[in-house]
Design a protein around this ligand. Structure first.
Ligand code: AHG
Ligand code: MN
Ligand code: MN
Length: 355
């Protein structure tokens, strides 16, 4: 049986971090500001954006935590851009993120899973921002009324259009390798914010007593292998042959099945314990269900930065897919490199598709 070997490496950030942080408490704000100094041409905009997201995360966390106490549970009477039912907390989280991002003027436009179109943000004074932000404000929202973890996912890109003009769709339809930062917040048994700027992955746990995210997971590395697979096995009969064969293999190998139904939670577990997450095509979602820009790309950047792999079921690297629509969906296989390689071998062997 395969072992869960630690996937270790030391990033430049890690070396610097050990030098200045030692064993003391490091808050997210302090870490972000400190990290900015490692980027030669940093202007502070990206730092500001990450801080804005940190503030929104604390506000959303507060509401998620009291969701059972106040009358904001239940379904809002509108649907999101993909035609799915929107929960009230989705709307709340969406509004808070937009509010926090537009107040600081560090971001010129936003795209959200919950909005049909991009949202341009008017510049504050003469300042023109160079960044656009995309997010899934509340991931796994069907879990809220049963007290199961949910999350927020975000991705930050540099705009491509001239900064003296309003941002446009081309600023958002960039491949995932163009992300300058990506991350997620998991509102779980504790709340953790995990992010990367392309120099490793770090996690910050919210200490509610001081209201600060504190560095708790330095230089996160995904195990090379893993003993868990994560897929909605209820759709087994709707999966293609190669996927069914691979799932049979996972079961034959005695891998444990874990599926929360909130991608952030499933990916967080895999990041820490190793394993593979799969959302292949089904009859209902032939191109996969998960959204490339709001879910697949940011989580793929995190997982790759931690030493993992993320591909679609045509064996293309997720981060190299060229998006053509804002709400485009993708199939995904993501997690420990050894397991994604294993799946690839099954696809190469059993797929009817020309690979
Ligand atoms: P969201 O709540 O943002 O719409 O995302 C739900 C997603 C994802 O978090 C999860 O992995 C997946 O939907 C679950 O889908 P199934 O219920 O089809 O398994
Ligand atoms: Mn989601
Ligand atoms: Mn969502």
């Amino acid at each position: 049986m395969a072992t869960t070997k630690k996937n270790t490496t030391t990033t430049p950030d890690d070396v610097n971090l050990n030098a200045w942080a030692g064993n003391r408490i490091v808050t997210l704000d302090e870490f972000i500001i400190r990290s900015e100094k490692d980027f030669e041409y940093a202007t502070g905009e990206l730092t500001g954006l990450l801080r804005d997201i940190g503030v929104a995360a604390k506000i959303i966390n507060r509401e998620v935590n009291k969701a059972g106490l106040v009358n904001i549970l239940g379904v809002a009477d509108n649907q999101n851009a993909s035609g799915e039912e929107q929960k009230k907390l989705d709307v709340y989280a969406n509004d808070k993120l937009i509010e926090c991002l537009q107040n600081s003027g560090e971001c010129c436009a936003i795209a959200s899973e919950e909005n049909d179109d991009i949202l341009n943000i008017p510049p504050i004074g003469s300042k023109s921002s160079h960044y656009v932000v995309m997010f899934d404000p509340l991931d796994g929202s069907s879990n809220i009324d049963v007290n199961v973890s949910v999350g927020t996912i975000f991705a930050i890109y540099r705009r491509k259009s001239p900064s003296d003009q309003p941002a446009n769709l081309s600023d958002f339809l960039q491949s995932g390798i163009q992300q300058v930062a990506a991350g997620y917040v998991l509102y779980g048994t504790s709340t953790i914010l995990v992010y990367t700027t392309g120099r490793g992955v770090n996690g910050f746990t919210l200490d509610p007593s001081i209201g600060e995210f504190c560095l708790s997971h330095r230089n996160m590395r995904i195990p090379e292998h893993g003993q868990f697979y994560s897929v909605n096995q209820g759709y087994y009969s709707k999966f293609d042959l190669e996927m069914r064969r691979y799932i049979d293999h996972c079961s034959d190998q005695n891998y444990g099945l874990r599926y929360i139904g909130s991608m952030v939670s499933d990916i967080h577990r895999i990041l820490i314990h190793g394993g593979i997450f799969l959302y292949p095509s089904t009859r209902k979602f032939p191109r996969g269900k998960l959204r490339l820009l709001y879910e697949c790309n940011p989580l793929s950047m995190i997982v790759e930065q931690a030493g993992g792999r993320a591909i679609n079921t045509q064996l293309k690297r997720i981060l190299e897919l060229e998006p053509t629509e804002l709400h485009q969906r993708s199939t995904i296989a993501i997690g420990s490199p050894a397991l994604v390689n294993e799946l690839q071998a099954f696809i190469e062997r059993y797929s009817a598709l020309p690979i």
